[in-house]
Design a protein around this ligand. Structure first.
Ligand code: GTR
Length: 345
C-alpha cells in the first residue's frame, strides 16, 4: 500500500522519537550520574541513585542507607549514592527494568518480582521450602546461594547482596481460619507466574498487582486479601483494612540489592570491590534492623486491632501446593537440593 506524504512524515516522527527514547535510556538517562568524572588523583567520581519501594524507616531502606554510607566512606567521598524511598522512582517491576537499562544505577527489591527477570530466582517463590530464617540464611550464604546471586549477570543485573524479609502470610478483610476459607478469594500477589499457580492450588484467585496499589484495592474491594511479612503488613497500613492475619508463612522471599550490569561494567576493579564490600557489610546491619522492626510491627498491628491466627490445618495447605513444587522440581532440582541440605547444616 502506498503511503501519502503526511503519513510518511508522521511515521518518521514516531521512529525518531523511538530512537531518542532508546538512546536516552541506554546512555544512562540519569541526570544524577556524573559517570566517570575524573576526581582528584585521577579516580572517577560518581553520584548514583538507588530505588527503594519502602519508606525511610523500613529496614531495607536502612540497609540501603548503610550501604550508601559505607560506599562513601570507603571511596573517600568519591562515590555517593542517593537513596530514593517510597517508590519515588517507580514501583518494583519498573525499577528493575530501569536498572537493567542503566537509567537507575541501583535498586533494592524482593526476589519475588525477580522471577520474571531471571528464571532461577523463581525458586524463592516456591511455598514452604524453608523452615525458618536461619535456614534461609544458611542457604543464601552457601555456595549455591552465592552462585544464584551471581547468575543475575545474564539478566543485565549484578546482585550485590541479599537482605532479610522474614516470612509471608495471608491477610484478608474476611476472617480466615482454614484452607477452605481461601476458596474464591481475590488475593493480590507479587507479579510472577508462580504466584498465580500457587493461588490456584490453594483455591484462591490470584490478582497480580504493584505493591503501591494494594491499599486502595483492599479499600475498594477489588481484592479481598493480600499476603506479606509483618513489617510490610504494618508499614503499608494494610492491617488497618485487612485485619485478619493468618500465619501460614507460605513464602520466604529474601530481598536483594542490585546494581545495573551496564554501570558495573564501566567501573574500575577497585570501585567494584568497594561496592561489593559495602553491600556485604550492610547486610549484618540490615538483618539486625529487620529483627527489631519485625517485633515492633507485630506489636503495632496487634495494638491496631489485627486478629492474628495460627494455621490449624498446616498440612492441608502444604499438601495443596505440593503439585506446584513437583512441577518445578526438575527445573530447580539443584537449588532445591541445596535448600534441603541447608535445613540441617
Ligand atoms: C515486601 C517487599 C517489597 C515488595 C512487597 C510486595 O515484603 O519488601 O519489596 O516486594 O513485599 O509484596 O510487593
Amino acid at each position: 500500500m502506498m503511503m501519502n506524504k503526511q503519513k510518511r512524515t508522521s511515521l518518521l516522527f514516531v521512529l525518531l522519537a523511538a530512537i531518542v527514547t532508546i538512546t536516552g535510556c541506554s546512555t544512562g538517562g540519569s541526570d544524577n550520574q556524573e559517570a566517570g568524572t575524573a576526581g582528584q588523583g585521577g579516580a572517577a567520581t560518581y553520584n548514583f541513585r538507588l530505588a527503594e519501594a519502602h519508606p525511610a524507616d523500613y529496614p531495607t531502606t536502612k540497609g540501603d542507607m548503610k550501604f550508601a554510607e559505607l560506599v562513601k566512606e570507603k571511596s573517600g567521598g568519591r562515590i555517593t549514592i542517593d537513596v530514593f524511598p517510597s517508590a519515588q522512582l517507580g514501583e518494583e517491576k519498573s525499577a528493575i527494568e530501569q536498572v537493567q537499562l542503566g537509567a537507575i544505577e541501583f535498586t533494592r527489591v524482593s526476589t519475588g518480582p525477580m522471577a520474571e527477570f531471571n528464571k532461577d530466582f523463581g525458586v524463592f517463590s516456591l511455598p514452604y521450602i524453608f523452615n525458618d530464617d536461619d535456614h534461609v540464611w544458611r542457604f543464601l550464604q552457601s555456595e549455591t546461594g552465592t552462585k544464584l546471586l551471581d547468575s543475575l549477570e545474564t539478566s543485565g543485573l549484578k546482585g550485590l547482596t541479599y537482605y532479610s524479609s522474614g516470612s509471608r502470610s495471608f491477610y484478608s478483610t474476611k476472617p480466615v481460619a482454614k484452607l477452605e476459607d481461601l476458596k474464591g478469594m481475590k488475593i493480590r500477589v507479587i507479579e510472577n507466574k508462580l504466584n498465580i499457580e500457587i493461588m490456584d492450588a490453594l483455591g484462591a484467585n490470584a490478582t497480580p498487582m504493584a505493591y503501591g496499589e494494594v491499599y486502595s484495592a483492599l479499600q475498594t474491594g477489588i481484592i479481598d486479601a493480600a499476603e506479606n511479612n509483618y513489617p510490610s503488613y504494618y508499614s503499608s497500613k494494610h492491617f488497618e483494612i485487612a485485619q485478619n492475619y493468618i500465619l501460614d508463612g507460605h513464602q520466604r522471599v529474601p530481598e536483594v540489592l542490585l546494581v545495573s550490569k551496564q554501570v558495573w561494567d564501566t567501573l574500575s576493579p577497585e570501585d567494584k570491590a568497594i561496592l561489593k564490600e559495602a553491600a556485604v557489610e550492610s547486610t549484618e546491619y540490615q538483618r539486625e534492623e529487620w529483627a527489631k522492626y519485625e517485633k515492633e510491627s507485630e506489636e503495632k498491628v496487634r495494638a491496631g486491632g489485627a486478629v492474628i491466627t495460627e494455621v490449624s490445618d498446616a498440612d492441608a495447605w502444604k499438601n495443596a501446593v505440593k503439585p506446584v513444587i513437583e512441577k518445578y522440581r526438575t527445573e530447580y532440582g539443584e537449588v532445591l537440593n541445596a535448600i534441603e541440605q541447608a535445613k540441617t547444616e
